[in-house]
Design a protein around this ligand. Sequence first.
Ligand code: IMP
Length: 192
Amino acid sequence: MERALTDGIERVVIGAEAIARRVRELGSQISEEYRTGAAKDPRGRPLLVVGILKGAMPFMADLVRAMDFPLEYDFMAVSSYGNGTSPGEVRILKDLDCAIGGRDVLIVEDIVDTGHTLQHLLAGLSARGPASLRVCTLLDKPHRREVEVPVDYVGFVLPENLFVVGYGLDYAEVYRNLPFVGVLKPECVREA
Ligand code: IMP
């Protein structure tokens, strides 16, 4: 018989209820701000929320449903090819379907770690001339930052230097469908 996904988890770091509460708070805060001034598009087009695949998918799905104002959404997929110790090249695997010139854009990320992925995304998207460009991340590891990146909305700051899985975050592409964020048992982490 297949083992349960939770068998690989040592401990839960952020439970499903805590995530749901925080996502509702973020949704309310973002709604409030975009209704009362954060939007800069001179033509008044709706905010474009850009989810970064694959990790942001569960967060994005919950967050947009906690946002109570007209918006559009799209996705980008990026991949980072590192050698394990140094950050690698960030490649765009899937780009946006629409142009963002003059539009308000909110990037939704699963986690900001060294900041390299976000720096690359911000540089690429800013060059397209959006009216405004903000970032919302579920998780932040500020102590791991190698490059400075602006993050406007943060769900949770991870207190320790933890590698976490669940609610979109993977280890070797598995564990994304856990409803909580947790830490793997050491025996479930293969040697690199
Ligand atoms: P950065 O470019 O170093 O900021 O890394 C961002 C990407 O690294 C995220 O989108 C994740 O895919 C991955 N990542 C960083 N920390 C973790 C973690 O604790 N668990 C799972 N993936 C992580």
